[in-house]
Design a protein around this ligand. Structure first.
Ligand code: SF4
Length: 209
């Protein structure tokens, strides 16, 4: 990343963090994946139970690998035969890891979900929610964030999971009601009632999609 972009992102991150704090959420800004991993581990006490909702960004910074240690109780839903049991276990976890499909420069998060386990765990259940967000996901406003979520994040996810949706063929949202749609729920997180619950780690890198 060139120096001018780093300076721009450093400034923008300060604005996002101020916005998050005004919404009763905590924000942190780091420059590298390695720093993001260290910050996340600082927020996760040893012995914690941890689960996550399809968080590519957490994998990309090495957090999922780090949590396989016996110091943590990582609840891996892929290892549960009973997916409903995995989802219910997630609500009782100490920590929920996620990303955001997009975030506004004043700290509002936008997430789209098909099964809705991810957006529901952001809303309530796990004691602490840690959100890993690359600076590539920061948008001007909610309208821009919704467009990013629907025209970038959702089509990529539909393609990744081999879903039969219009966007997996066109690369952009066609506002479908396909049985395979992953756009069942749109969550806009504009405030956290519970101080200390939602923590956002902004990373000056391209993470997720
Ligand atoms: S509404 Fe349908 S076409 Fe649009 S992003 Fe969602 S799944 Fe794709």
């Amino acid at each position: 990343m060139n120096e001018a972009m780093v300076i721009r992102n450093d400034l923008l991150a300060k604005t996002v963090i101020k916005g998050l704090e005004s919404r009763n959420m905590s924000g942190y800004y780091v420059h590298t994946k390695e720093e993001a991993l260290a910050k996340a581990l600082e927020l996760i006490p040893k012995g914690s139970s941890i689960t996550m909702g399809g968080c590519t960004s957490a994998r990309e910074i090495g957090l999922v690998d780090a949590l396989q240690s016996e110091d943590y109780n990582f609840i891996d839903r892929d290892k549960y035969e009973d997916k409903r049991a995995a989802m219910l276990a997630a609500y009782d976890a100490d920590i929920f890891l996620t990303s955001a499909n997009a975030m506004t420069s004043d700290g509002i998060m936008v997430n789209i979900d098909g099964n809705s386990n991810r957006v529901s765990a952001i809303c309530q259940g796990p004691k602490k929610v840690i959100v890993i967000v690359g600076m590539n996901k920061i948008c001007d406003d909610v309208d821009g964030a919704m467009k990013r979520a629907r025209n970038i994040a959702a089509p990529v996810n539909a393609q990744r999971f081999g879903l039969n949706t219009p966007c997996s063929k066109t690369g952009t949202c066609m506002n479908c009601k396909s049985p395979d749609t992953i756009c069942c729920q749109f969550l806009i997180t504009r405030f956290s009632r519970h101080q200390g619950r939602i923590h956002v780690i902004l990373v000056n890198d391209n993470l997720g999609f």
